[in-house]
Design a protein around this ligand. Structure first.
Ligand SMILES: Cc1ncc(C[n+]2csc(CCOP(=O)(O)OP(=O)(O)O)c2C)c(N)n1
Ligand code: SF4
Length: 350
């Protein structure tokens, strides 16, 4: 059940270039548990869409099943939305994107929805490089069904009933890089300063953009011994860089200290600006990104920031050379070649 948000807002709230205030990008009132990390992620989505001046009707939000997959009800209420079947969001996103490539596709999933039942769909949507943002709200458990360990629960992590997870965890960020994703980032729900620019950059990336966000489940996985609890994450988070997103047409006025800042130019002229904390961090270097994720994991740390990016990406439409006009805009005239051409085609098969 979703509750309606009161309409009253302060009359002098700032507006974006489209004249909308931030509340225009909100959704219904959340019914998630108070303190759930997923609500902080929704707040970042709202702020990112507001700052990017997105016309809400140009965006489609998609999700599977889980507390995380409920969150599209809590942001962008003026956008298109489709709450699909458990683990099947990628195939719905693929169909929608193929029919209308002009929308921004924003997918939301959970670690259960993605790393267990939806794993097959997840790997293939990456492999096909569908132009979409894919956010996993990763709490290491199945929140909606009362906290069973998920496939991203760390080996040795303790759940609420005291059981230690004996299995290896699936690292979604390194898996995404391995499968060819050209934008892979990791963040923490409580770090909006990092998450908002990452979301803005992911939306602008013209291919599959993955963000794995550690998002503690306060009700079922926030206990001592859990490696996805607020306390553990705050103590073990290690940022690769501080990140800023500079949209196209905005004058870049920041000064760039030699060897401390990296600017990655995106296809539309926007920049991602990274103020490196680690001198050696290069988000364009795939191998070192994978190595860094692995060594962080060995030390029990969670590496956050833009882990890997290749701005020269080719999305599914380019690969299959689809029509420039979105398929849903084609008329019978373009779709039906006529009986003469049909006869010629048939003749070629005889
Ligand atoms: C086909 C199917 N199998 C199982 C379920 C039960 N189920 C609902 S949500 C869920 C897991 C949710 O975990 P996650 O995706 O991590 O989301 P969270 O609730 O933790 O945000 C499961 C197993 C279902 N709804 N449909
Ligand atoms: S059960 Fe966990 S994941 Fe679900 S709303 Fe509550 S805190 Fe969030």
């Amino acid at each position: 059940m979703s509750y309606v948000r009161p309409k009253f807002r302060h009359p002098s709230l700032p507006t974006n270039k489209l004249g909308y205030t931030v509340d225009y990008y909100e959704g219904s009132l959340s019914t998630l548990c108070a303190g759930c990390g997923h609500d902080s992620i929704s707040a970042s989505v709202i702020q990112a869409a507001f700052e990017l001046n997105i016309e809400p009707h140009r965006l489609a939000k998609l999700s599977g099943i889980g507390c995380s997959s409920k969150t599209p009800a809590y942001f962008l209420s003026h956008s298109h939305g489709f709450n699909s079947v458990h683990g099947r969001m990628p195939s719905v996103a693929t169909g929608a994107n193929l029919a209308n490539k002009d929308l921004i596709y924003f997918g939301v999933s959970g670690d259960g929805d993605t790393a267990s039942i939806g794993m097959g769909q997840f790997v293939h949507v990456i492999r096909r490089n569908l132009n979409m943002v894919y956010v996993v709200m990763n709490n290491g458990c199945y929140g909606l069904t009362k906290g069973q360990d998920s496939a991203t629960a760390d080996n040795g992590s303790k759940n609420k009933s005291g059981q230690v997870n004996p299995f290896e965890s699936i690292d979604l960020a390194s898996l995404a890089i391995e499968l060819g994703a050209t934008f892979v980032a990791q963040s923490f729900s409580g770090d909006k300063t990092q998450l908002i620019p990452l979301m803005k950059a992911a939306i602008k990336h013209p291919g599959f953009a993955f963000i794995n966000v550690i998002s503690p489940c306060v009700t079922f996985n926030n206990n001592v011994g859990s490696t996805k609890s607020y306390d553990y994450v705050r103590e073990h988070v290690e940022a690769t860089s501080t990140i800023d997103f500079v949209p196209q047409m905005t004058e870049i006025t920041t000064s760039y200290g030699e060897g401390t800042t990296e600017k990655v130019k995106m296809h539309d002229g926007s920049f991602i600006q990274l103020n490196k904390l680690s001198k050696d961090w290069d988000p364009l270097d795939k191998r070192s990104a994978v190595n860094a994720i692995m060594s962080a994991k060995e030390k029990g740390e969670i590496l956050t920031g833009l882990l890997y990016m290749n701005p020269d990406t080719q999305d599914l439409h380019q690969t299959i050379n689809s029509s420039d006009t979105p398929l849903n805009m084609l008329h019978e005239k373009e779709l039906c070649p006529g009986s003469t051409i049909l006869k010629e085609i048939n003749a070629n098969f005889r």
